[in-house]
Structure formats: C-alpha cells, structure tokens
Design a protein around this ligand. Sequence first.
Ligand SMILES: Nc1ncnc2c1ncn2[C@@H]1O[C@H](COP(=O)(O)OP(=O)(O)OP(=O)(O)O)[C@@H](O)[C@H]1O
Ligand SMILES: [Mg+2]
Length: 264
Amino acid sequence: MSELLKVTGLNIGLVNAEQPIVENVSFALREGAALALVGESGSGKTLTCKAILQLLGTKTFHVSGSVLYRGTELLSMKEQEIRALCGHRISMIVQNPMSAFDPTVKIGAQIVETIRAHKNMTKKDAYAAGCAALEKMNLPRCSQLMNSYPHTLSGGMLQRIVIALALILEPEIIIADEATTALDVKNQKDVLEEIEKMKKRGIGVLLVTHDFGVAAKLADDVIVMKDGKMIERGTVHQIFAAPKEPYTKALLKASLLEKEDRRD
Ligand SMILES: Nc1ncnc2c1ncn2[C@@H]1O[C@H](COP(=O)(O)OP(=O)(O)OP(=O)(O)O)[C@@H](O)[C@H]1O
Ligand SMILES: [Mg+2]
C-alpha cells in the first residue's frame, strides 16, 4: 500500500523557549490504514496534527523536521499552497468543533461554501449533498439545521457536521483529533463506522484519541506519546496484548477503569 504521509523528526517548540514541546516524532501513514496517536492530556497530540498542516502560528511556534505528503514537503510550502490541499486532500476534524465555524454565518451557508470551494457544484447540488451527508451523521431536519447559527447547536451536533463535511470532500487523509470524544455512545458508534468505511475506500486516518477503546476499534498501528515524545509504537495488537512500556500499561489500565466507571 502506498505511503500518504511521512513525518520524520518533527520538533515543535515555542519561539522563545529552548526546550521543545514535541520532540523527534516520526511516523508514516498508508492508504487505507489508521494510525492512532494516544497519550494523556498535554502530550502534544494536537500540536503534532496542527504542525502537519502548518496551522501553528509562526510567531508563537517553531517547527522543524519533515512532513512529506506523497513525497512533497509540506513544511516548506507556502501558506496558499497548503490551504489548497487542506480540506481537499487532507482534512482535519478539529478537537473543538465550534472553532471550525464562523459564529456570524448560518450553518447552511458555511456548508455550501465549503463544498463549493473544493468541488465544482451548483449551490443547489451542494445543499443537497450537505443534507445527505448530515442525514448519515444522524442529523435529519436539514432545512432547520442549515438555517441555524453555530452557537445554537450542541458540541456533539457541530462535531457531526464537521465529520459530514469531511465525508463529502472525500480527502485522501483525515486527521481526526478527538473526533468522537464529545459524542454519546450511539453517535460515536456511527462516526466510527463512517471512518471505517473511509478506510476501506483507501483513505488514511490519523486518529488522535484518549480512548484506547476507539483506537482498538479503528487503528492498525498505535503510537503512545508522553511529554511530546513517542514512548512506544506498535501494531494495535502488540500495544494491547503485549505493551512493553510501564507508561503504556498504566494508560491501558486507566482506560479500562474509566470504562468500568462509566458502566456503573
Ligand atoms: N498556544 C500555546 N502556547 C503555549 N503552549 C501551548 C500552546 N498550545 C499548546 N501548548 C502546550 O503544548 C503542550 C501540548 O499541547 P497539545 O494541545 O498538543 O496536547 P494534547 O496531547 O492534544 O492534549 P489534549 O489531550 O488535552 O488535547 C501542552 O503542554 C500545552 O500546554
Ligand atoms: Mg489535543
């Protein structure tokens, strides 16, 4: 299977600080495969995702290393070039869905505009494609939803809209940063199924999650991060059945205990 993304020696630090926040992160993402980045809060998962797409402001962050997308270096690309790629070939589902929308514009207009920015469609067709994708994400009553402002919708609804948009745009790579964390069990299951279908169509998924259960369902390979460093990596089977590092073992145990607590 061909390699979609190759990250080598990625370092991220604050411009005025010596100590890097993310240090020497390397991984490859293949077509139709999912790679999970797991690790506790603050371990550098979101920064890693954002650095790939040059979403970290250069006034605040210093990024070095290499990020190859099908052999093309992204880190040296001009902002304009990389924006033309994002949302089209590489799409990110952000951790905070509210930040993905303009609060002053109704959802429908934003969906139609996003679709038309990447696909040659009439407004009417883009609206219909938007409705079909929303329905897949358990969001019926399309016209009512399209007519709403973002702040009137719940975080879970906004997250499902972001995922619906990612589905329509059919990128080659999806970076899903805690895409299912804000969702209830039913919606989480549906979103995971949709991501699974994307994988089957050859899309590469970089899956960021606290939840080992989510990683177990979707990921082929897992990287465990701690304090900005990769602590352990392996196939999903290796990490779950025979974790080597005490930190990985502790994370797995904590994740299982959390699950039991939720069941009580
Ligand atoms: N804008 C910023 N300025 C300074 N430090 C930052 C900034 N953004 C993130 N950091 C620091 O970088 C580290 C990694 O942050 P990051 O958001 O990547 O963590 P994460 O693994 O995604 O955590 P979570 O699971 O809570 O989302 C944290 O210690 C955080 O405090
Ligand atoms: Mg994060």
